[in-house]
Design a protein around this ligand. Sequence first.
Ligand code: ATP
Ligand code: MG
Ligand code: FE
Length: 335
Amino acid sequence: IITLAIETSCDETSVAVLENGRRVLSNIISSQIDIHRRFGGVVPEVASRKHIESISYVVKEALEEAGKTFRDIDHVGVTYGPGLVGALLVGISYAKGLAFARGIPLNGVNHIEGHIYGNFIEDRELEPPFISLIVSGGHSHLVYVKDYGVYEVLGKTRDDAAGEAFDKIARALDLGYPGGPEIDRLAEKGNPQALDFPKSYLEDGSHDFSFSGLKSAALNYINQQKMKKQPIPLEDMAASYQQAIIEVLVEKSIRCAKEKNMDKIVLAGGVAANKGLRALLKKRGEEEGIKVQYPSLTLCTDNAAMIGSVAYYQYISGERSPMSLNGVPNLKIKE
Ligand code: ATP
Ligand code: MG
Ligand code: FE
């Protein structure tokens, strides 16, 4: 089965061609980051317009790189949420047009599920069940993946997502957008124990996250230093702040794995690119006899290959999306 997959939920126009859901023939990612950077974040109207301008070219490039034509495509997958509705609709409309014109099946995909499936592409031997920690720009979830498409959400953030926590403080420190990679880079040279930031574990037994207290503490610290006309030790600040985020993510992931008797944790989402998080989760996993894996960097951040993988597993389980498929900005993981 040859799947063509489309992802336009945020600021990447991406199209991939996959064989049997796990072999990537092409995965083209056209990022709008340079356009949004000057606004300090994604501007929804601009994102939709850029997707419209790019989509046909990105499809063409994906087909060319895969050595395929429209006639070789058996199946179409597309992100239908969560995300920016205007951005989602560009990909959905294109996908519907293609499926209709060619008379082939269509599968709408949850973007967050897509992040998990980046791991099925990275490691073609990987099979459920496992625990997945999904940390991205808009979401932070701990999910028990029982089987393909069968999930139990064990915990999620009650306020900011992990990626947001990175981006907001990076912005306050004038590190540019998106801030996660910059904090990651600075943190490597800093001391994670230099500054004492709060780590929120919430009530006993909860697998939820909260990063707003940490964010306030960091903003207070930045303001105090400014008022005292003291410089901010950027490397130590980044390392300590990052540590406060990743320690909680890692400990809660380990707890979930133990609670569900799982010996495998799979990391996913844009924040899964964080070097500190990868290293700490690996180390704690080794101590606890839990195998930890994560995708390579391109499969962590937004891409269409991960969407194609979900669409393929939906297809072989007999699922189909109707031609009335619509964008769902706040789409939840189906339990
Ligand atoms: P969502 O998937 O929740 O809809 P999104 O698609 O915008 O949101 P992703 O592309 O999955 O988000 O991830 C982007 C986020 O990942 C940004 O917040 C970015 O700062 C963060 N990020 C990327 N690389 C790193 C890194 N090395 N360290 C920390 N954060 C990172
Ligand atoms: Mg993005
Ligand atoms: Fe994403």
